[in-house]
Design a protein around this ligand. Structure first.
Ligand code: ADE
Length: 256
């Protein structure tokens, strides 16, 4: 006899709700289109915040994409660790997701095997711009965390694997570079480790999918290369995240 789902531990129940945390509207559009997600008009989040949620279903999965929205003064997408941690916290409180997927773009290091357009499934995250040279605070600053381990999914969906280093700047000063090297990172973004911190705090499994828009150790200026590749690379990211969503449907966390 099959036990009722509610009597099973969460990790053994079919995944029902996922929260995909992203930073930029452009990064989210391919997924919004693919899954026909609609803008949520309810008030899950506090009044007046610019945070945006798209939602919809795919078979038995309730899919949510949560974005930090636009800066109210400048009109640009809210990027970086502060907004990412806030929307991750609010999304977990409001939706109690079974899984968080932090998906977005990243700079990649060609010396570590990254190429433009690659989509990575991240194994580990850490910060590179929280330098506190006092014993133990140094490790606290680095804030290294493992992504939720998905050995079966990693076998079935062929994505590159690598470590991610997070900081609040798109450029890279020499001290950040040393920390990124110490973190053994293949990728550099502006949200991952912050999402990981909150997910870990609230005990929600989190995975990180990052698509490479620019080569950090290459010849081209980062912002130019990023803007040149953004549209094509986010299309690839959408494909890869879709594959993961299809994979999740009907499975439980313990099977990943
Ligand atoms: N997102 C895309 N490219 C990036 C880079 N080089 N650094 C941080 N975040 C990024």
């Amino acid at each position: 006899m099959t036990p009722p789902a509610e009597s099973l531990p969460t990790s053994k129940r079919p995944i029902s709700t996922i929260a995909i945390i992203m930073a930029m509207q452009t990064e989210a559009l391919p997924l919004i289109d693919k899954f026909h997600l609609s803008l949520a008009l309810d008030s899950l989040f506090p009044n007046g915040v610019p945070w945006v949620r798209y939602h919809g279903t795919y078979n038995d999965l309730y899919i949510n994409i949560v974005l930090p929205g636009k800066d109210v003064v400048l009109g640009v997408d809210n990027v970086g660790t502060v907004c990412a941690s806030l929307i991750t916290y609010a999304s977990i409180q409001a939706l109690q997701p079974d899984l968080i997927i932090n998906a977005g773009t990243a700079g990649g290091f060609k010396a570590k095997g990254a190429c433009i357009g690659d989509v990575f499934l991240v194994s580990e995250v850490a910060f590179h711009d929280r330098r506190i040279p006092i014993p133990l605070f140094d490790l606290y600053g680095v804030g290294q965390r493992q992504a939720f381990s998905t050995p079966n999914m990693s076998k079935d969906i062929k994505l590159k694997a690598g470590k991610l280093s997070t900081g609040d700047s798109m450029d890279m000063c020499p001290m950040d570079e040393s920390s990124i090297i110490a973190n053994d990172a293949t990728l550099k973004d502006m949200e991952g480790a912050a999402v990981a911190y909150v997910a870990d705090l609230l005990k929600i499994p989190a995975i990180f999918m990052k698509a490479v828009t620019d080569i950090v150790d290459g010849d081209k200026p980062t912002s130019e290369e990023y803007l040149e590749n953004l549209s094509a690379v986010t299309a690839g990211l959408g494909e890869a995240v879709s594959q993961v969503v299809y994979y999740l449907d009907g499975k439980c966390i313990a099977e990943l």
